[in-house]
Ligand binder design. Sequence first.
Ligand SMILES: *Cc1c(COP(=O)(O)O)cnc(C)c1O
Length: 458
Amino acid sequence: MKLPYAESYKIKMVESIKRSKSFEREAWIKDAKYNLFNLKSEQVFIDLLTDSGTGAMSDRQWSEMMLGDESYAGASSYYKMKEAIKDILGFDHFLPTHQGRAAENVLFSVLVKEGDIIPGNAHFDTTKGHIEFRKARALDCTIDEAFDTTLDYPFKGNVDLKKLKKVLKENPKEKIPFIILTLTCNSAGGQPVSMKNISAASALAKKYDIPVLFDSARFAENAYFIKIREEGYQDKSIREIVREMFSHADIMTMSSKKDAIVNMGGFIGLRNEELFTKASVYNILFEGYITYGGMSGRDMNALAQGLYEGTEFNYLESRIGQVAYLGQLLMEYGIPVQFPFGGHAIFVDAKRFLPQVPREQYIAQTLAIQLYIEGGIRGVEIGALLADRDPITRENRYPKLEMLRLAIPRRTYTNNHMAYVAAAIKNVYDRRDKISEGLRIVHEAPIMRHFTVELEKI
Ligand SMILES: *Cc1c(COP(=O)(O)O)cnc(C)c1O
């Protein structure tokens, strides 16, 4: 018998989580204006809001915390992080930032100006936010296969090279400061990008003399999928694949709260010294001096250690295996989910789950609320609320997909928790015909509204 995967670690410390009753949750979510971000964590039993910064650090990472050097300038922790970035990702220069969006803010302050166009594969929401805040445009060039949740396609995060070429051809070079590859592609369902596609997209960008930026939050999960699914990579190690992936990037931004398995932190990786010098100015202005930029020494130490742990095959196999375990259970229950499963989350297709709810009533958010009331599980809407309004027309943007994302924190929950989640979703599914009405907005912010939006039941 082939031995199954099993976690490459055991548990040394545990944290209690509280169960509650559904009538309590109905009251809490009403008080929270039907926005799951407004709940207190103690009102949640299993928290799948995000896999960002919610993972469990290892004993080695906690040991590194004790070795942190809190010197303002030139701390050994800075050099430890620099060495790990050079070793694993191959970048000579880097700037620490307090998280991924801060890296975007610093870098885009140098590179993005009004009227610019930034093509890529389904830009992440903060990335898009930082682009649109500067009155530039993010153009989604993801392959169409990504938008069919039933289609079995191994690399649904891929860039459509024809769409990309069209953008590069039809716009002056001065208007395109860089192209973005998001690895894995969060907004498309944690779907990977193949090495072949990375290589072809960056070759195309090079042809037009445009730099390539990797939005790298889940680069290690992307490398795992390349190893498992792409021909020619079975015998390569995760670190070898990672080095090859990044050989195609000129710049990277990183939310270390994902694949570097820390609770807070990020960075920019660069090759060009002139760009590094320019970005340093903004890093000092917004984040902190260049050798700590928004991070404590101890956090830089834990991050460096996390980059090594996050790129171990056995860890990635159990991590992505757990996500697939949840996905498999849901499929067995007949629940419509994005397939193949992504690296960090299961995406429930809310349009197919609740076809009777009109899109103007926020289908995926309606489902997210139902799941919370059913089992105290907090997921997140990836749909019309997140898609926000068009910055020019101010009309609601309705994305092709309405998804309920169940993001799995790293090394945090057991497969029993996953079985509980699957059972709760099945219960909602069994009574789906009784859910006919959705939600309406009472209050919203002018940008990135999903975080603070207030809703009411129709
Ligand atoms: C999380 C994330 C970001 C933003 O990072 P934060 O650390 O949350 O600020 C950017 N891009 C992608 C793909 C992400 O997943």
